[in-house]
Design a protein around this ligand. Structure first.
Ligand SMILES: [Zn+2]
Length: 258
C-alpha cells in the first residue's frame, strides 16, 4: 500500500484502488471513511463499472457491500435519518445515522461532499452540497438535524470537506452570482472574474460559504478540515463534471461507524 500525505489528507493506493482519507477522522478507530479517486472507479448510476466500483471500494475499506447506502441526490436540502440499510427512495442529499455498519455514501464530481462526525455522540453524516445545496444551506440544516435528533453538540462535530470545484474554477454568470449575493452577506465569497464572449463572469467560493455557515452554528475552526483540492485543477485524479462533461464520472465519499 502506497501513501502520499497532502495538506490534511492521505492519498492511499491499495492494490490499485486509490482513495483519500482525512487524518483527523483517522484518529478515531470506530470510523471508516474515504473519498475516491477516479482511476478504475466510477459511481455514476449509468456507468458499466458502477457495481464493481462499489464492491472494490467496500472490500478495500473492509465494509460489507450490503451496507453501502446512497440516497437519490437531487440538489435538495432534504435530509434522511438512516436506521437501516434500506432507505427511502425520496430525493435526499444528506444522510445521518448513529447506527453501526451502515456506510453512508454521497457521489459527486465537482459538487462539495461533506463528511461529518460527532465524536461524543457517535453520529455521522454524508452530505451533498453542490452550489444549489449550498444556497439552500444544507450543511447548516444537517448540523441542526444532528442536534435535534441526536442531541449532538456543534462543538463536538468534525466536518471534512472533500475535493470539489473551488473558487479558481467555479465561474458563473450574473444571474447565479446574484443568487449568492442575495443569500449570503459574507465578505470575500464573490470575485469579479474574466470577461468571456463579452459577458462578465464571477467566481464564487462555495467552500468558504459552507465553512462560514457551519462555523456560525457552532463548529470549531479546528474541526473544519478542508482537503483544499480542486477537482477541476486535479481532473487527472478526480472525476470532474466541468472538465469531463458530457461523459463525466462520479467519485464517492463514504463514512461508516464500526
Ligand atoms: Zn481549480
Amino acid at each position: 500500500m502506497n501513501k502520499i500525505e497532502v495538506n490534511n489528507i492521505i492519498i492511499n493506493n491499495k492494490n490499485g484502488i486509490e482513495y483519500l482519507q482525512f487524518k483527523k477522522l483517522m484518529e478515531y478507530n470506530n470510523i471508516v471513511h474515504c473519498y475516491t479517486l477516479k482511476h478504475d472507479l466510477n459511481f455514476k448510476s449509468t456507468s458499466p463499472i458502477k457495481n464493481q466500483s462499489i464492491e472494490k471500494i467496500c472490500s478495500t475499506l473492509g465494509i460489507d457491500r450490503k451496507e453501502y447506502v446512497r440516497a437519490n441526490q437531487d440538489h435538495t436540502n432534504n435530509i434522511q435519518i438512516v436506521n437501516d440499510i434500506k432507505i427511502s427512495e425520496d430525493d435526499t442529499d444528506a444522510l445521518i445515522t448513529n447506527k453501526k455498519n451502515i456506510a453512508l455514501a454521497t457521489t459527486s464530481a465537482d459538487c462539495i461532499s461533506l463528511l461529518m462526525f460527532d465524536y461524543e455522540k457517535n453520529v455521522i453524516a454524508a452530505v451533498h452540497s453542490g452550489w444549489r445545496g449550498t444556497v439552500k444551506k444544507i450543511a447548516r440544516d444537517v448540523v441542526e438535524k444532528m442536534i435535534e435528533v441526536y442531541n449532538c453538540n456543534a462543538s463536538n462535530i468534525i466536518c471534512c470537506i472533500c475535493p470539489s470545484i473551488r473558487k479558481c474554477h467555479f465561474e458563473v454568470d450574473y444571474d447565479v452570482k446574484e443568487i449568492f449575493a442575495k443569500t449570503f452577506n459574507y465578505e470575500g465569497i464573490i470575485e469579479k472574474g474574466v470577461i468571456r464572449e463579452s459577458k462578465q463572469k464571477y467566481n464564487i467560493d462555495t467552500v468558504e460559504i459552507n465553512k462560514r455557515m457551519i462555523k456560525e452554528i457552532g463548529l470549531k475552526e479546528e474541526n473544519i478540515i478542508d482537503s483544499k483540492l480542486c477537482t477541476v485543477c486535479n481532473s487527472d485524479k478526480f472525476h470532474s463534471y466541468r472538465k469531463d462533461r458530457p461523459n463525466y464520472g462520479l467519485n464517492v465519499a463514504i463514512i461508516e461507524l464500526k
